[in-house]
Ligand binder design. Structure first.
Ligand code: SIN
Length: 303
């Protein structure tokens, strides 16, 4: 009997599989399909201070081995998330969840994180400084070590729960950004968000996505994600939630060998709503195949 449990900042997860923010709603939407309590945790839809309608459509462009999105952080705003969305999730899911928070200023990040900090089901706050689809916020905080430091510091000042900073791959040196977050007091790092991409329609000769560019995710970015998780594991002493193109139990194990303590599954949920369930069911068999008795023991095992 293999052991799939892992720990993240003192939280024990039954397995390392977590649907990634923006690919699984607030989780309850999937409860009719299967018992979502099998999931290690859930990273909820990215939340901002104010409600957001998001970007104009089309927002999605399909690609070989992936897709580009430019959703633009559509969400009902922190007050509705606390009063409506999280209570709905609590009816179906009884484990700690990850609240994913975005902002357009340091004050806004701090305000929203302070509010969500008091919610009892929130086990980890994941601060998204890497959304490529909004102006004056999002990724602009995550592509510069000073602003990554400043956001982390401001959020840590007003929260008591573990704070994980979600990093952008659209940088020259991801280790430098991770180190800045660690120096500012981050409890963990989530990586990677999407890579900037673009498609052009041959008939119209115009960009497929209304916002022109978007974030590319899916199996094609998996090797980039493994490389960056590996680099960040060498650079900081913090736990890492790895993500980017994870599609199978073998991918989960590879990501953990690179240094991830837990793994988020993103674009795969958009192709198959049962993706996380399938990976969880497949995991013990693949562990046995590779002689792994406990997943916790393989974290960073490739270093
Ligand atoms: C979006 O809402 O545009 C995607 C969120 C993200 O990539 O951080």
């Amino acid at each position: 009997m293999v052991n799939t449990k892992v720990t993240l900042s003192g939280l024990t997860l039954d397995n390392p599989i977590i649907p990634a923010s923006g690919t699984f709603g607030f989780g309850y939407e999937f409860a009719d399909l299967y018992d979502i309590n099998i999931l290690g945790s859930i990273s909820c839809k990215g939340t901002t201070k104010e409600p957001r309608f998001g970007n104009p459509t089309p927002r999605i462009a399909e690609c070989t081995d992936g897709l580009i999105n430019s959703v633009g952080l559509q969400n009902p705003g922190i007050d509705k998330v606390i009063s409506e969305e999280l209570p709905k999730l609590a009816k179906h899911y009884q484990k700690p969840v990850i609240a994913n928070i975005s902002g357009f200023s340091i004050e806004e990040y701090a305000y929203t994180c302070e509010k969500i900090n008091d919610h009892e089901q929130v086990g980890i706050i994941e601060v998204n400084i890497s959304c490529p689809n909004v102006h004056n916020g999002g990724m602009s905080f995550g592509t510069n070590a000073e602003s990554a430091f400043a956001v982390t510091k401001a959020v840590k000042k007003v929260t008591t729960k573990p704070v994980y900073i979600k990093l952008s791959p659209n940088v020259t040196d991801i280790a430098e950004i991770a180190k800045a977050c660690e120096a500012a007091g981050a409890d963990g790092i989530s990586l990677i968000n999407t890579l900037m991409g673009m498609r052009i329609d041959l008939k119209t000769r115009k960009p497929v996505i209304a916002n022109k560019m978007g974030g590319f995710s899916g199996p094609a970015i998996f090797p980039v994600a493994v490389r960056m998780v590996y680099q960040v594991y060498e650079a900081v002493k913090l736990p890492i939630i790895g993500m980017g193109g994870v599609n199978s139990a073998r991918d989960v194990i590879e990501m953990m060998l690179a240094g991830a303590s837990a793994v988020q599954v993103g674009a795969a949920n958009l192709v198959d709503p049962f993706a996380c369930k399938n990976i969880i069911e497949e995991l013990p068999k693949v562990m046995e195949q590779f002689g792994i008795s406990s997943l916790q023991d393989i974290i960073g095992g490739s270093h």
